[in-house]
Ligand binder design. Structure first.
Ligand SMILES: C[S@@+](CC[C@H](N)C(=O)[O-])C[C@H]1O[C@@H](n2cnc3c(N)ncnc32)[C@H](O)[C@@H]1O
Length: 237
């Protein structure tokens, strides 16, 4: 672990949110990416060790990934995501009824293979071309207004509502709406207990958020049972 990584670790993140990465195909379904063009400037906020930025770039999309984990070296991340994958797969074996095994993944071994492949793709890209990986954190980024067209947040907001309080969610959504000119897509809307996060309703009825519109949309992706919706946030003006 290098010094910056240590600092991040004690600061806030690497211990309470796991470094698990999903594939491009999963992002494509979770966020209905068929609606998004390769001309759009996409921000993957909390991109972590997902293969999305690497594979999307190869396919011609314009993607920047933001994550506090990018303060860490390739080797530190390799160590951390291997350990997190082992831990998460152990938990998945204990909680198999919470997931659907008739779709993208057949069983925990199959899931492990996909997740490993995703983080290995990420690590390869991270080692070869660090340009699209920005070290930074929600809810305060250094980007100017409208730096991106579309913001994506996968498996951070709502899911970790026990670890990130309502104020964090509110500030993160507002920041994303500031830096993403068209819209922000957030998936999933349920928390780690498998329940729809109460923060969703709170945000939609928050008098401080009246300048934003919130739309819940079904998506063609469901792995954690009941998690098949994304939130689309737009500025009203
Ligand atoms: C469960 S992983 C999801 C990774 C990826 N989005 C995916 O779905 O495959 C959650 C990620 O959120 C990142 N994270 C935690 N706190 C954050 C913050 N305040 N701002 C941005 N990212 C954060 C973690 O470092 C981790 O990479």
């Amino acid at each position: 672990m290098n010094a910056v990584c240590e600092k991040e670790k004690t600061g806030f993140i690497l211990d309470d949110v796991v470094l698990i990465g999903r594939t491009f195909d999963e992002y494509f379904r979770m966020f209905r990416l068929s609606e998004i063009s390769t001309e759009d400037r996409i921000l993957d906020a909390g991109g972590g060790v997902s293969a999305f930025a690497a594979d999307a770039t190869r396919l011609g999309y314009d993607v920047t990934a933001l994550d506090p984990a990018y303060h860490c070296s390739h080797d530190d991340l390799a160590e951390k995501c291997a350990a997190d994958l082992a831990l998460t797969m152990m938990r998945a074996r204990e909680t198999t009824p919470l997931f659907r095994w008739d779709g993208l993944f057949g069983d925990v071994d199959d899931l492990t293979k996909h997740r490993r492949r995703a983080y290995l793709h990420f690590l390869d890209d991270y080692q070869n071309d660090r340009m699209r990986y920005h070290a930074g954190s929600l809810p305060a980024t250094e980007y100017a207004d409208n730096t991106f067209d579309i913001g994506l947040v996968s498996h951070l907001l709502f899911l970790y509502d026990a670890q990130r309080d309502y104020e964090f969610h509110k500030r993160a959504v507002r920041e994303l709406a500031r830096i993403c000119s068209r819209e922000v897509r957030i998936f999933p809307l349920i928390n780690l207990a498998g329940e729809r996060s109460v923060f969703l309703k709170c945000l939609m009825h928050d008098p401080d958020m009246l300048d934003l519109s919130f739309t819940v949309r079904r998506v063609p992706y469901e792995f954690l049972k009941g998690a098949d919706e994304m939130l689309v946030v737009r500025r009203k003006t």
